[in-house]
Design a binder for this molecule. Structure first.
Ligand code: ZN
Length: 249
């Protein structure tokens, strides 16, 4: 298989409007995520997109050449362009992998693909320690991880989490306040694989943590498409079915 081309969307708002967050991620969380992936021998191109430039960077051509898209958003979900959302959702259905991070649960992309209105959850900012438990032993996303690892402090997310039943539950997290949360979930939409991962609130250096970097990498390998692009040819009306489909590799 060829190299894995990645695109990373980060709204890139907090890092530029809050000094403390800017000090943790001076080049933005998108760059930290890119750095986490960059030493993987399978990595191909890495495209970085932010709210300011996403309408041009996440073009059809870019998405057609993207194997896995990472998505981090929080305050500015509503400002994401609806045409970009449509393009992303179509590409996921055609086979592009999607990794949705932290507050990306409320993004237009995630809610459109999952059919949720809100992706509601319980949340609290109080520096709670988080224990991330692996509940899907042997899954490619947990390769190399211990059965449980600690994130020293993160925003607490708790159930109930307003998502459809995940295809696979990869992680369950426990927080000091007592909450539990389905913190790693997979979904399939069309030919595309989606992974949601909870950790990564902007005020903590979580995307520098080794276990989290490994999860980001493992998710890239898991979510990559086996075929570059599935082109649906459904014919029309009463046309007989075509024996051979068209597949671009
Ligand atoms: Zn957060």
């Amino acid at each position: 298989m060829g190299k894995i081309n990645v695109a990373i969307y980060n709204e890139y708002y907090h890092e530029r409007h809050d000094e403390k967050i800017g000090a943790i991620y001076p080049k933005g969380m998108h760059q930290a995520i890119a750095d986490a992936l960059s030493d993987d021998p399978a990595i191909g191109n890495i495209v970085l997109a932010t709210l300011d430039d996403h309408t041009t960077v996440l073009s059809q051509e870019c998405l057609d050449n993207t194997d896995v898209l990472y998505w981090w958003g929080h305050m500015k979900h509503r400002e994401v362009d609806d045409e970009v959302v449509k393009r992303v959702c179509l590409r996921v259905n055609q086979g592009m992998g999607l990794v949705v991070l932290h507050s990306g649960h409320a993004s237009k992309v995630f809610s459109s693909l999952l059919g949720t209105q809100t992706g509601r959850l319980r949340w609290r900012e109080s520096d709670d320690k988080c224990l991330v438990w692996v509940v899907s032993q042997g899954h490619p996303i947990v390769e190399g991880l211990p059965p449980c690892f600690e994130v020293p402090a993160d925003e607490t997310y708790g159930e109930q989490f307003g998502i459809p039943e995940p295809d696979e539950l990869i992680f369950i997290s426990w927080f000091e306040g007592g909450e539990v949360f389905r913190s790693g979930c997979t979904f399939k939409r069309g030919a595309g694989k989606i992974f949601y991962f909870q950790n990564g609130h902007e005020t903590y250096p979580i995307y520098y943590q080794d276990e989290v970097k490994l999860i980001l990498k493992n998710a890239m390998h898991w979510a990559r498409p086996y075929q570059k692009k599935i082109v649906y040819d459904l014919g029309g009306g009463n046309a007989p079915p075509k024996v051979s489909g068209r597949v671009e590799r």
